[in-house]
Design a protein around this ligand. Structure first.
Ligand code: ADP
Length: 616
């Protein structure tokens, strides 16, 4: 080839950034570059296998679908070759010169989110092709696309700032990646070392891997074997391979069904939740196979979205072999598969929750959010999912949780509703004004700590025909409780005080009345419309201004409380001070309800009150 045929390109800025991080700081285990390149080779072969169903004119159509790796410890090179789809010139520029693909994008975001302390999780995304530059002096990619009329190309780079592309003749289909190893990494030119690494990371690859002419993997479809023959370690190895994980799964479910469909499934629930660590939305991770053949590694619409955290494999012999990703969605079978798998998994979780509650609690802490998402968005499984929700409550110990079904089993005969309170944490709920009315009546209340929980309860509406009811709801009907101790204001005084309070607080309050629920606290704020107060809390949680949302507040006072009795005296003795106190008590109640918008006025007013208190 003549020199003018060589095109020189600069890497895009974000690739330079990525390369810099990958080469200089990230991985302690440099050997994973082998796993990454094998995984790319396997993807390319998989894509070719799909093309063979639809395309007639494929370059080098007689080549076997396999991966060939050769090492040369004299020249210090390692070569990884596949007979997959290969790349055209434009694809070389697009795929190896920019960050067009999701893995590396997520990787960069993850680094921004958590830096190197997230290194283990970052490994799960892989940085694919660029990992070769961790060990390379330079990398050459010889390639020929599956398209017959395209020429072959050589892509070369030392990973610093630029790469070159030139046309080369005589290329076979696929990609051949030749890595000239840097001096510190000569061990990767040794067959024995590389064999170990392939066994460690890639033994489940579904195409033959030949190392220096010898086949090194077994192409075992572990999910098709019978459970009793599979050792725990084999499952874990497969999980690590399939999920790119470094640890063991939290749960494993391996099952088969014959009717109504022939299905084998091996599902893993991971230990950690990348979304919770700030890694962005995860892609579905359960691959769909038909008799070992991969149909789709990340089928978007197979399982419900809220199950996107699952890893593993589903294999159905009933799928037509020539099904493609595109036709999958039109195929009623996938809907049936989805239902069988989802039902079975939910049943499994229910059993686990019973059999091993502590392990389940751990799972729920990390992945409960997905079950809640399911309750709120997926009507089909709502009832089954509701049975899997666990919360702390006024009768559990701190840190221990209860299911809704267990709550119902403890309900008193006359109790018709399931009560819940949203609060920052257990302490703030227990010290707030809402719980006491329930406590004095011996009613259990669920403690919700996240705004989404309230949303979920609202969406669910009821459980086993019992209404789910927020404890800060204004029109709550509670039975009479034994009268709390202490002398109360007379009914007339209390009524007059309520009227005075309504004027003193002004527009911010809709109604003031004597409480039948308060025992120890002086006041509380209730909401006539649970939805609007819930919306406000959610908006605030998301950092949005919720002041434009209409808010109606009912204000209840405890006629036995010293503050209320004193306030009643003060309103004639020192009305200005009494007004300040009234406003302040109202704001305190809003704080307890999680509804105070802006504490600015409250602080100023507090100083005015303190000023007067200090002069006494
Ligand atoms: P990822 O595999 O996460 O998409 P990579 O950086 O490993 O990211 O690869 C980028 C893209 O380059 C791939 O998506 C694929 O389109 C292309 N590619 C990589 N290796 C090969 C290969 N061996 N054969 C064909 N295309 C490849």
């Amino acid at each position: 080839m003549s020199a003018q045929n060589i095109e020189k390109h600069e890497f895009k800025a974000e690739i330079k950034q990525l390369l810099d991080i990958v080469i200089h700081s990230l991985y302690t285990e440099k050997e994973i570059f082998i796993r990454e390149l094998i995984s790319n080779a396997s993807d390319a072969l998989e894509k070719l296998r799909h093309l063979q169903i639809t395309e007639k004119d494929i370059h080098d159509d007689n080549l076997d679908l396999e991966i060939n790796i050769t090492t040369d410890d004299k020249a210090n090179t390692i070569t990884i070759q596949d007979f997959g789809i290969g790349l055209t010139r434009d694809e070389l520029v697009e795929n190896l010169g920019t960050i067009a693909h999701s893995g590396s994008k997520q990787f960069l975001e993850a680094l921004k989110a958590g830096g190197e302390k997230n290194a283990d999780l970052i490994g799960q995304f892989g940085v694919g092709f660029y990992s070769a530059f961790m060990v390379a002096k330079d990398v050459k990619v010889y390639t020929h696309s599956w398209k017959k009329d395209e020429p072959g190309h050589l892509w070369t780079s030392d990973g610093v700032g630029a790469y070159e592309i030139e046309e080369v003749e005589g290329q076979r289909r696929g990609a051949k990646i030749v890595i000239s190893l840097a001096d510190d990494y000569k061990q990767y030119a040794k067959g024995d070392t590389v064999k170990e690494i392939i066994k460690r990371y890639s033994s489940f690859v579904q195409f033959p891997i030949n190392l220096n002419g010898e086949k090194v993997n077994t192409i075992d479809a572990i999910w098709l074997r019978s459970k009793s023959e599979i050792k725990d370690e084999e499952y874990t190895e497969f999980y690590k391979f399939q999920a790119n994980a470094f640890d063991e799964p939290h749960y494993r479910l391996h099952f088969s069904a014959d009717a109504p469909l022939d299905i084998k499934a091996l599902l893993f629930t991971p230990k950690t939740n990348p979304e919770k660590m700030g890694f962005g939305r995860i892609d579905p991770g359960v691959a769909l196979h038909c008799r070992k053949v991969l149909i789709d590694a990340k089928p978007d619409e197979l399982l419900p979205e809220w199950l996107r955290y699952l890893k593993g494999v589903i294999d159905s012999a009933d799928l037509p072999l020539n099904i493609s990703r595109e036709t999958m969605q039109d195929n009623g079978l996938t809907g049936k598969i989805s239902r069988v798998i989802t039902k079975r998994y939910l049943k499994f979780l229910k059993e686990e929750a019973k059999k091993r509650p502590e392990q389940y609690a751990e799972f729920f802490k990390n992945f409960g959010i997905y079950l809640k998402e399911g309750v709120a968005t997926d009507f089909t499984y709502r009832d089954d999912l509701a049975k899997l929700l666990y919360f702390e409550s006024s009768v559990t110990e701190k840190g221990k949780t209860t299911s809704l079904a267990d709550y119902v089993s403890r309900m008193k005969d006359e109790q018709k509703e399931i009560y819940y309170i949203l609060g920052q944490n257990r302490e703030s709920i227990e010290s707030g004004p809402y719980l006491e009315g329930f406590k004095s009546r011996g009613l259990e209340v669920l403690f919700l700590y996240e705004p989404i929980d309230e949303y979920v309860m609202n969406n669910l509406g009821q459980f086993e025909e019992k209404q789910l009811t927020s404890a800060d709801q204004g029109d709550l009907k509670l039975d009479d409780a034994p009268k709390p101790e202490g002398e109360a204001l007379s009914d007339d005084d209390a009524k007059a005080l309520c009227e005075w309070l309504k004027t003193a607080i002004g527009d911010r309050v809709k109604e003031v009345k004597v409480s039948s629920r308060l025992v120890n606290s002086p006041v509380m704020a209730l909401s006539p419309d649970a939805m609007s107060s819930q919306m406000r809390r959610m908006m605030r949680q998301m950092g949005q201004d919720s002041s434009a949302m209409p808010l109606e507040v009912l204000f209840e006072i405890n006629p036995r409380h010293a503050l209320i009795k004193n306030l009643n005296t003060q309103r004639s003795a020192n009305e200005d001070l009494a007004k300040l106190v009234a406003q302040q008590a109202f704001d305190n109640a809003l704080v307890a309800a999680g509804l105070l918008e802006d504490p600015k006025d409250m602080v100023t007013r507090m100083y005015q009150i303190l000023e007067q208190a200090a002069t006494k």
